[in-house]
Write a protein that binds this ligand. Structure first.
Ligand code: NDP
Length: 505
């Protein structure tokens, strides 16, 4: 690994009133790779206070100038992406080529947000309807002012930028609290932004642990864009409720991949292996469960094992990195051991596949539907593969879960019909996770996977409030909203209501 450039400088520790710090430890080697301040609630409040005038200034630039600055930021990220990929690799462990792929996807969404903000959010005329024909109506989507973003470590660029890029494009200033595992990534992004927007602190990063994030929730920001686990999401919502701060919740998942009898089995197996094992399985949209039509179950398993057997988790040229969070290892172990104790078999890997922070690919069959490995987010390179009678049974099992983030269907004839019946924020047919990469499509979940959307027009609107404005162009002969309204007007309105709505019986 190249060490030609060091991590970006930690924020000025003189801004830390407590002097408290936290360390970032390499999940691959256990080495110390950075120390960052734990910003206190007072410092979070100060960052938000500094962001308020910056937000007014940024909103005042208008769509075109903001787009120009965001495009310049995109250029900065693009030219520095090798360095950024190294920081991702060092902090959370994924292979550098995967880190580069993540950055490429994030750049696509940033470009879309910048290019489409005016068209999606800008003022437009709206028809007033017959009873208000004298009114000129305008609708526009206004920024909240300052928004807070709290992000996870697993895709430390792609995921937070789903909120940061769209919040900025909508005209907000952003205060971002990256995960304690990936603060250097967050700081790098903010430094590059400041290079193209030096005038005001439009995009700030505060560092710390959960308490710093909680302080951001209570700081009076206009909205919190949260991405993380369902358990933490509930705590964030509770904190935000104190100040009635609205929230966007991008939470965990337990995504399934369905394989119909007429599916392209080679492609389905390839998607299952990549969807389940890439990023060491630490993907919100990762495939964790596979349901396969009984007619092709054995052939599919053969294809799957063929592709997964030589995959290794490790350092150097290994295609799978370490598990980032030490505490996740015990969850992965629990899920595997629980499944095996309840009659499942490991066709690949198993409990012995865990060695320190590395987990080798694990494929489990015969897992009961109420086992932890089938119901809870495992967040490791594991797959459960289950034989089903038909796709009706598969859909029933998929929809029985509490999460509803993404899903994948492999089928030649009935793909759309199957997809339409799956309760999830997105479904990709005959390709893994395509819907998350397409810039004009929204990404988000239902149920325990959260609510609200990033990406596309919905993602832009998420960081705004709708503002309705009317201008009376001339008075109506029949004045309705006045105490001077008389019986004649009431009678006319009565007749009009009958004409307009009376036939709908
Ligand atoms: P966590 O929920 O542990 O943490 C998410 C963020 O919240 C971190 O920055 C964390 O800070 C912060 N935080 C922790 N406690 C609090 C609190 N009380 N108040 C405010 N903020 C707090 O998630 P992970 O970082 O482990 O991320 C993995 C999870 O994210 C998985 O469940 C995954 O499925 C989900 N995810 C969802 C995505 C989606 O689009 N739906 C995309 C990517 C991931 P700190 O790290 O310092 O504790």
């Amino acid at each position: 690994m190249s060490t030609a450039r060091s991590l970006p400088a930690a924020p000025d520790t003189t801004r830390s009133t407590t002097g408290a710090t936290f360390d970032v430890i390499s999940p691959a080697t256990g080495a110390l790779i950075g120390t960052y301040p734990i910003h206190s609630a007072a410092e979070v409040d100060a960052a938000v206070a500094a962001a308020r005038p910056a937000a007014d200034w940024w909103a005042g630039l208008g769509f075109a100038e903001r787009a120009r600055r965001l495009d310049a930021w995109r250029g900065e990220i693009t030219s520095g992406r090798a360095e950024l990929a190294r920081i991702i690799h060092r902090e959370m462990g994924k292979p550098i080529s995967d880190a580069k792929l993540e950055i490429a996807m994030a750049l696509e969404h940033l470009a879309w947000a910048s290019a489409h903000a005016r068209e999606v959010l800008g003022p437009r005329s709206v028809r007033p309807g017959l009873l208000a024909v004298n009114q000129e109506c305008t609708l526009e989507y206004r920024p909240f002012g300052v928004v807070g973003v709290i992000g996870p470590w697993n895709y430390p660029v792609f995921t937070p930028l789903g909120s940061v890029s769209f919040g900025l494009a909508a005209g907000n200033a952003v205060v971002f609290k990256p995960s304690e595992y990936t603060p250097g990534v967050g700081l790098w992004l903010a430094e590059r932004f400041a290079a193209v927007v030096p005038e005001q602190p439009v995009f700030q990063v505060i560092t710390g642990l959960g308490e710093t994030g909680a302080a951001l929730c209570r700081s009076g920001v206009g909205k919190i864009g949260f991405t993380g686990s369902t358990a933490t999401g509930k705590r964030v919502m509770a904190a935000c409720a104190e100040t009635l701060t609205p929230v966007l919740m991008e939470l965990g998942g337990k995504d399934a991949l369905l394989v119909d009898a007429d599916a392209d089995l080679a492609s389905a197996a390839d998607a299952a292996v990549w969807g389940g094992m890439s990023n060491a399985g630490q993907t919100c949209l990762g495939v964790e469960r596979v349901y396969v039509h009984t007619d092709v179950y054995d052939d599919f398993l053969a294809e799957l094992l063929d592709r997964a057997t030589d995959l290794r988790a490790g350092t150097g040229a290994a295609k799978i990195g370490p598990i980032t969070m030490p505490k996740q290892i015990e969850i992965i172990r629990d899920h595997i051991e629980d499944a095996l104790a309840r009659g499942a078999r490991a066709l690949l890997g198993g409990a012995h596949a865990i060695d320190g922070q590395f987990v080798q690919p694990t494929i489990l069959v015969g897992v009961p539907e109420d086992a932890l490995a089938a119901t809870e987010e495992t967040f490791g390179p594991t797959l459960t593969v289950t034989r089903v009678r038909d796709m009706d049974e598969a859909i029933e099992l998929v929809n029985a879960g509490s999460y509803g983030l993404g899903s994948t269907v492999f089928a030649r004839r009935d793909g759309k019909r199957i997809a339409d019946r799956i309760r999830a924020g997105g479904t990709s047919i005959n390709a893994y996770v395509a819907h998350a990469t397409i810039t004009s499509l929204p990404l988000g979940g239902v149920g325990d996977s959260g609510f609200g959307r990033v990406h596309g027009p919905d993602g832009l609107k998420e960081f705004t409030y709708a503002k309705a404005t009317t201008r009376q162009r001339f008075p109506l002969p029949l004045a309705l909203t006045t105490f001077t309204r008389g019986r004649t007007t009431d009678a006319v309105v009565d007749r009009l209501v009958t004409v307009l709505h009376g036939r709908n019986r």
